[in-house]
Design a protein around this ligand. Structure first.
Ligand SMILES: N[C@@H](CCC(=O)N[C@@H](CS)C(=O)NCC(=O)O)C(=O)O
Length: 89
């Protein structure tokens, strides 16, 4: 992972799609910063501002190479898992 890169998962505990992503990340040994949108209104606001909707999971890839600010926001559990597998398997 690039030095200043952060992988941030917007999620909430009871969300089954989020659980699948958390479990896949665990299995790959990838540490995600978890932002629970039901426990923290600031996280909910960040997600709404970035995505225009509140569907989780969403992976925010912050500070990646070539990033011109804002990072990349990746929705859809299957796409997030595929991204993690491509990078970390
Ligand atoms: N196809 C999506 C489905 C995600 C989904 O349905 N998430 C639910 C929680 S488990 C959700 O955020 N629902 C609230 C909403 O869409 O506003 C995925 O696989 O990530």
């Amino acid at each position: 992972m690039a030095e200043a890169e952060a992988l941030i998962l917007y999620h909430f505990e009871a969300c089954s799609f989020c659980a699948v992503v958390r479990s896949a990340a665990d299995g790959l040994g990838v540490e995600l910063e978890l932002r629970d949108i039901r426990k923290n209104q600031n996280y909910a606001r960040e997600l709404a501002e970035a995505m225009g909707r509140m569907t989780v999971p969403v992976l925010h890839i912050e500070g990646s190479e070539g990033d011109e600010g804002g990072g990349q926001w990746l929705p859809e559990s299957a796409d997030i898992i595929e991204y993690l597998k491509q990078r970390f398997r």
